[in-house]
Design a protein around this ligand. Sequence first.
Ligand code: PXG
Length: 285
Amino acid sequence: MGLKVWLNGDLVDREDAKISVFDHGVLYGDGVFEGIRSYGGKVFRLQAHVRRLYDSALGIRLTIPISQEEIAKAITDTLQANSLRDSYIRVVVTRGAGTLGLDPNRCLEPNVFIITDKISLYPDELYENGLDIITAATMRNHPNALNPRLKSLNYLNNILAKIEAIDAGTLEAVMLNHLGYVAECTGDNLFIVRDGAVFTPPIAAGILEGITRNEIIGIAREQGLEVREENITRQDLYVADECFLTGTAAEVVPVVRIDKRPIGTGRPGPVTKQLAEAFRRLTRG
Ligand code: PXG
C-alpha cells in the first residue's frame, strides 16, 4: 500500500495529492507550514506546533478553514493511515487557487495538506563529531518585514543562506539580524555555552520561536543551568566554550567550528552532550 496524503479532508494516494498551479502558495509563497516529528507513534508537542501554525496564519491574515482540534486529529489520522511510528510530518496551508496578481481576496479557499514520511536522520557522525558552520552574508529578514516568527512558505531568505553554507563546504549557516546580532541558522535555533551558562538569542532578535529551543531552555533550567536569552555577537560565538543547534529535524546537534575557527576544544562539549542526552530521553521515553 502506498503513502496516503491528507488533502482538504480526504486521505488520498500520493499520486492524487495535487493542487492548482494558480495556488498563491506556488505563485507567491503565500501560505504557512509546520515541520513536526513523531516518536514511537506519538506526535511530539502536537499542540505547540498546531498553535504556532495558527499564529503564523494569523500573522499573514489567512483563515485556516478548520479548527485546531480538527487539524490535530487530521495529523494523527494521517500517521495512523500510513502506519508510521518515527516520522516527519509536514503540515501546509496555502492561500489557495486565485487569479494572477497579489490580491489574496481573489483566492477562493485555502488548501490544507498533511504529508507524513519516514524521517531521514543526519548521520550519527555529525552528533559525535559536531558540525562545521559559517556565518552567512545574507541577513535574516527584518522583524518588521516578514517576521521570522512566522513559519511562512517563503523560505528564500533561509535558502540563500543555505546556499552560502553549501558553497563553503558546510551544512549550515548562522544568519545575523539587521543589527548584526546572531539570529539563528537556516532551519535551527542556536545556543552557546560559556562558563557553564547557556545563552540563546531572544525572540526579539528576529527568530522562529523553536519548539525544540523552548524544550531545551526548560530542560537546561530543570538541570540547574543558568539560561539567558540575550543578544549574541559573532565575537561571542568565537569565544564560546560550546555551541549547538536545536530543531525538529536536527534535534540537538553540536557545532565545533564556525567560519573555520574551532569553538572551545573543537569537540562537542559536556553541556551540549548532557542536554542532547536529556532531549533523547524525553523523546525516546
Ligand atoms: N529556525 C528556523 C528558521 C526553522 O525553520 C527552527 C528554527 C527550529 O524550530 P523547531 O520548532 O523545529 O524546533 C526551524 C524549524 C524542513 C524542516 O523540512 C524545517 C524545520 C523544522 C522541521 C523540518 O526543512 N525548521
